[in-house]
Design a protein around this ligand. Structure first.
Ligand SMILES: Cc1cc2nc3c(=O)[nH]c(=O)nc-3n(C[C@H](O)[C@H](O)[C@H](O)COP(=O)(O)O)c2cc1C
Length: 310
């Protein structure tokens, strides 16, 4: 874009209702260099109080959060990342800080800065972060955190995946990029539970969930458990062929776990069926449609006995 001077760019960032933070990536402590007024409004801290410090200060002592670990990993790999963290305003009030962190590169491809785009996700998610923390620490309100995190597997829940898909859908639509959805189901799980008991079934679900998330390792990929042994995942930017390969990989890796299942008609080992679909979002289409299509593909995969359909 041409014809704008630097002051216009500055005003552009300063007028954003979202929080924007710029961090020095070449200093191991990743200190803040700049925060816009939106960030100050979000956190209650002034720019002077934040500059030179690492933004983990907003976590207070609430450090055991899955999002923090994922963010650390993405930063170490120089990847962009979107996470949701419980943060604390200057006055101590807790809120959901939904942030997208992106690396900025110099012409040699080195990461010089990170930029963060931040907003309060509380209203959108309808989850009280106070309750989420209490339930994490084993106190009351066990349902609150379950709205976002699936307690059994550590994956997300379906409502949260749907929220994320809606957002990535409009980005993909704008950028004309494809989104792939995977519907995954453990074959004959009821028979496995009947044979080995519920605890063994749960442990199998956990191991399968681990395999699925291991096949989708980019920070933009999202996996959730619907219920029982039914999982769902989406991956922005994958076309059908790439998605099919990953679906196949999921099925193979689950077989390689060699979890004995003597009553399964499929294999004698635990296996999964995978339904895959991928599309560049059309304005006439919707995220719910894509989820539904992946479920239809899953049913086709189950019926055909091929364990996979696209
Ligand atoms: C640009 C940028 C913005 C960040 N903003 C926040 C933030 O608003 N709140 C937060 O809790 N952590 C934020 N972080 C994450 C922390 O700085 C830190 O990377 C994270 O806590 C993981 O590192 P740690 O385990 O050493 O704390 C941000 C990181 C970057 C690079």
């Amino acid at each position: 874009m041409t014809g704008f001077d630097a002051s216009i760019y500055r005003r552009l960032v300063e007028s954003s209702p979202d929080g924007v933070a710029l961090v020095d990536a070449q200093n191991p402590e990743q200190p803040v260099l700049y925060v816009n007024p939106g960030f100050q409004a979000l956190t209650g801290y002034s720019a002077a109080e934040l500059i030179g410090r690492n933004l983990r200060l907003l976590q207070g002592d609430d450090r055991e959060q899955d999002g923090r670990h994922r963010l650390r990993e993405a930063l170490a790999k120089g990847e962009s990342c979107r996470v949701l963290l419980r943060n604390y305003r200057k006055d101590g009030r807790v809120f959901w800080n939904e942030m997208t962190i992106l690396p900025l590169l110099d012409p040699q491809g080195r990461v010089t800065h990170h930029v963060g785009h931040h907003r309060d996700a509380g209203e959108r998610l309808h989850i009280d972060p106070k309750l989420a923390r209490d339930s994490l620490s084993g106190a009351h309100q066990p349902t609150a955190v379950a709205i976002r995190d699936d307690r059994l597997t550590g994956l997300f829940t379906l409502p949260y995946l749907e929220e994320l898909l809606k957002r990535d859908w409009s980005v993909a639509q704008r950028e004309k990029r494809s989104i792939a959805v995977f519907a995954i189901d453990i074959d004959a799980l009821d028979l496995y539970n009947a044979t080995f008991g519920r605890a063994a079934g749960d442990s199998t679900i956990r191991r399968v969930a681990h395999v699925v998330s291991g096949c989708l390792r980019r920070s933009s990929d999202v996996a959730a458990r619907i219920d029982g042994g039914s999982l769902i995942a989406f991956a922005p930017g994958l076309n059908v062929e790439q998605a099919l390969r990953i679906g196949q990989q999921m099925a193979e890796r689950v077989r390689e776990l060699r979890i004995h299942h003597p009553r399964s008609a499929v294999l004698r080992y635990i296996s999964v069926s995978v339904g895959v679909c991928a599309a560049v979002p059309e304005s006439s289409d919707s995220p719910a449609n894509l989820l539904q299509k992946s479920q239809q593909q899953l049913q086709i995969a189950k019926k055909s006995g091929r364990n996979q359909a696209a």
